[in-house]
Each structure stands twice: as C-alpha cells, then as structure tokens.
Design a protein around this ligand. Structure first.
Ligand code: HEM
Length: 230
C-alpha cells in the first residue's frame, strides 16, 4: 500500500463535504423569490416547514463562519506540509496530455473501450500525477469559488451594519450565487466519479484509510507513483 492522504487531510475533506453540502442546501432555501429560485418555491416551503426563515440564515451564516475558521486553522498549521503541496498539485497542468486524458476518459465512460477499439481509436490514458486532469478541473474551481464565497459572504455579513443596499452588496449577492451554482454543477460529477465510476473504488477507500494499493497508484497516477518509488 502507498500513503495517499494524511489523517488531517481526510478529516478536512469530509468536514468540507458536510459543510459544503449543508451550506448549498440551506443557501438555496434562502432564495425566497419565485423568479430566482432554481428548483421552485416548493423547496423554500420545505425549508420553512423545518425552520423559521431567520433561523435558516442563522444556520447558514454560523456554519459558514465555522467552515472558514476551521480551514484557517488547518491551513496555518499545515501550510508547508499539506496546503501548499495540494495547491501545487491541482494547479500543475499539462494542457496537451490533460485534454487527451479528458477526451478519452469521457469516451471510456460513455461509449466504452470496446467500441473505441472497434472504431480504431486509441484507448490508453496519458500518465497522470497525484490528481488526474478531471480532478484538477473540479478542484481549481472549487478552491476559487470557495474564496469567492468567503469574500462575498463576508461583505454580505458586514452589510448588515454598513454598506447596506450599495452596489458592492448587490454584486456580492450575485457573485455568491454564481460561485455556489458553479460548484453545485460540478459536485454530482465529483461524487459520481468518486463513488460509482468503475475502477475508482481504491481512491474512494483511500479517503477513509489514507492509502491505495501500489498497483492502483502505478496504473492511475503513474507520474506520482514514479516519484514516490524514486
Ligand atoms: C459525498 C460527497 C463526496 C464524496 C463521496 C467525495 C469523494 C472524494 C474522494 C474519494 C476524493 C479523493 C480522490 C483521490 O484520492 O484521488 C475526493 C477528493 C476531493 N474532493 Fe471530494 N467528495 C465529496 C464531496 C466533496 C465536496 C462537497 C467538495 C467541495 C466542494 C469536495 C472537494 C474535493 C476536492 C477539492 C478533492 C481533491 C481533488 C479531487 O479529487 O477532485 N468533495 N473526494
């Protein structure tokens, strides 16, 4: 077995997942406007049956503040050991091989390797580093949108005492919604790839155990495996 995630990184991933999903669900419950509510007013009614409107906001803001505070402590404590290496991994792109990987992976999952071979197409995937091209394509917007949500959420929180009704607040509301919606669109793909997509079981289990079998790392993350072995 090869060590892939530390205990701290595993805790932060699941803490992040619970916070993100609860913030998304409660945040969409705060859109009490027929024209802006993406799933329909039944969703707002559902939340109002659970909590008074002001308490949905209290839940949303409190959880958002706890999420930011816990992340700030983690990043300060593990800046060199985990935060920076993670940011370096997700932002290391190789445009040509990443595009080929993405294109062929989508075909693997849709038409299948057998039909690709019958059509005379190459089926092998270019070697990947710690994260594959698809994971990087989700991770970068997730990090950037998280920063956008923190900045715009902070402005909205401050707007209760000052800035009220200003253009800055109006823009913050729109950008807050946009950042949340972007990640909400990518999340089902992330969860599908982690839990249901064939061949990804060992990576999913590593988000609990911390390690992956050598053969899996060699096949899925060849460039990372080579570095670890060296
Ligand atoms: C039930 C929900 C979720 C499941 C089952 C899940 C599963 C996983 C797994 C298995 C990995 C590790 C992949 C590997 O080691 O190669 C991972 C990584 C990651 N997860 Fe999640 N995750 C969930 C929710 C979330 C949420 C809500 C976010 C943030 C909005 C998130 C962000 C990330 C990021 C940034 C990574 C690292 C890069 C990547 O693999 O895309 N995850 N997730």
């Amino acid at each position: 077995m090869i060590q892939r995630h530390s205990k701290g990184a595993i805790f932060m991933h699941w803490f992040n997942a619970v916070c993100w999903i609860t913030l998304l669900l409660s945040g969409f419950g705060l859109i009490n406007n027929n024209e802006l509510q993406p799933v329909g007013m039944w969703y707002v009614d559902f939340w109002h049956a659970l909590l008074a409107p002001q308490n949905i906001l209290v839940l949303h803001v409190t959880l958002g503040v706890v999420w930011v505070a816990v992340y700030a402590v983690y990043i300060l404590a593990r800046f060199n050991r985990e935060a920076m290496p993670f940011l370096r991994e997700i932002s290391t792109f190789n445009p040509r091989s990443d595009m080929v990987w993405l294109f062929r992976k989508v075909l693997h999952l849709t038409v299948g390797e057998k039909i690709m071979r019958q059509k005379g197409m190459a089926t092998d995937l270019p070697p990947q580093g710690f994260y594959n091209a698809g994971q990087k394509m989700f991770a970068v917007p997730a990090v950037l949108c998280s920063l956008g949500l923190i900045a715009t959420g902070g402005i909205m929180l401050l707007s209760r005492s000052w800035l009220d009704g200003s253009a800055v607040v109006q823009w913050s509301i729109a950008l807050h919604f946009l950042c949340a919606a972007l990640v909400a669109l990518g999340l089902p793909i992330h969860i599908y790839m982690a839990t249901i997509a064939p061949g990804e079981g060992p990576a999913f289990r590593s988000m609990f155990t911390g390690s992956v079998p050598k053969e899996f790392a060699k096949h899925h993350n060849t460039l990372w495996y080579d570095k670890v072995v060296k």
